[in-house]
Design a protein around this ligand. Structure first.
Ligand SMILES: [Zn+2]
Length: 140
């Protein structure tokens, strides 16, 4: 039996997420002109339209703004895993992102976000509860 895979849109910019995940690094694009951290990955800066957006390690800390539980999906991959918790996180480095939630996190919780490869090899964000033991390994 072939496992079903999550849907994915593949673009050169999004491939950077997978590469960072493979290196177990929390890296996002940072504009060389104005230092704005970009998410989701894009080809030009959302702030100044600069096109120099090298991937750099950024702070993985964030605050969970809202969470929801998916009970229904049209995608076979998600259907196998329902209910599926996702949330909106405000990253300390700037952008707001959608992340999978690893545990019973509540809105307002401080979280540490990691980049992980999903079964299709796509880099996805996963929010973990912030705990003192994770603090050291995530420092640059
Ligand atoms: Zn910029």
């Amino acid at each position: 039996m072939t496992p079903s895979l999550p849907p994915s849109t593949r673009s050169p910019a999004a491939a950077g997420l997978s590469q960072a995940a493979q290196k177990q690094q929390f890296a996002l694009q940072v504009c060389s002109e104005c230092q704005t951290v970009q998410y989701p990955p894009r080809d030009v800066c959302a702030h100044c339209l600069g096109d120099a957006l090298p991937w750099q390690p950024v702070s993985p800390y964030a605050t969970l703004m809202a969470s929801t539980t998916l009970h229904h999906s049209n995608e076979p991959y998600f259907q196998e895993k329902l209910p599926w918790r996702i949330g909106t996180v405000q990253l300390d480095c700037g952008p707001v992102a959608i992340a999978h939630l690893s545990a019973s996190l509540q809105s307002g919780d401080r979280v540490c976000v990691s980049l992980e490869l999903d079964p299709a090899g796509v880099g996805v964000l996963v929010a973990h509860p912030l705990s003192p033991t994770r603090h050291q390994e995530t420092q640059p």
